[in-house]
Design a protein around this ligand. Structure first.
Ligand SMILES: [Zn+2]
Length: 193
């Protein structure tokens, strides 16, 4: 059976057996948190469990590297919505050790795209149109520095109220241990880990 049908078969049983009942909640985050985390597959269950979050506790935004690539992109917009419309009043940025976005090489990503059928012409056209592919595809060298930078981007955003604490953390992808990089209450930085 293909993946979609496997998934749908599971879904039918899930709904029929009313397995959703244990997850019932509303759209407002019970713990008042908005969390920006990496999409890493190891964190699917580990991150909420390690942070003591259950369904309904937080707005969870995920992408590659827990990064904000643009202050007017969809991640920042989601955080703004979470704060003003959905009652989140603290933000946590949670990156992790051994992230696939560390030292990612944009040129290698483009080579992989070409191996999969994207033409060199297309890439040249995008570059000629002024799209900064290398900047857009790049990751980070140091996870703690990246978290600091992301926290600063959020904190300095002109539409974010100043009374929203923004914390920065790094989670270990096997133990779930959290290291605080920025404590959003006191502006104290933990020693670089
Ligand atoms: Zn990652």
């Amino acid at each position: 059976m293909d993946r979609l049908n496997t998934l749908l078969e599971h879904n039918r049983a899930f709904v029929e057996n009313r397995e959703y009942e244990q997850y019932k909640t509303d759209k407002f985050p019970g713990k008042g948190l908005a969390v920006l985390a990496c999409m890493d597959a190891r964190l699917v269950e580990l991150l909420p469990k390690a942070m003591g979050l259950k369904n309904g506790d937080a707005k969870l935004i995920k992408n590659a590297g827990a990064l904000i690539t643009h202050p007017w992109g969809s991640v920042m917009r989601s955080l703004i919505m979470a704060v003003y419309e959905l009652r989140a009043d603290e933000i946590c940025v949670v990156a992790h050790r051994d992230c696939g976005m560390r030292a990612v090489d944009p040129q290698r990503v483009l080579e992989h795209a070409m191996e999969r059928g994207v033409s060199e012409d297309t890439i040249a056209t995008l570059r000629a149109a002024g799209i900064d592919l290398d900047g857009w595809l790049k990751g980070f060298d140091n996870v703690s520095d990246s978290v600091r930078h992301t926290v600063q981007t959020i904190r300095n955003h002109p539409l974010l109220p100043k009374d929203v604490p923004v914390h920065g953390m790094v989670i270990h992808p096997s133990t779930g241990r959290l290291e605080v990089v920025i404590n959003g209450y006191g502006d104290e930085e933990a020693p670089a880990a």
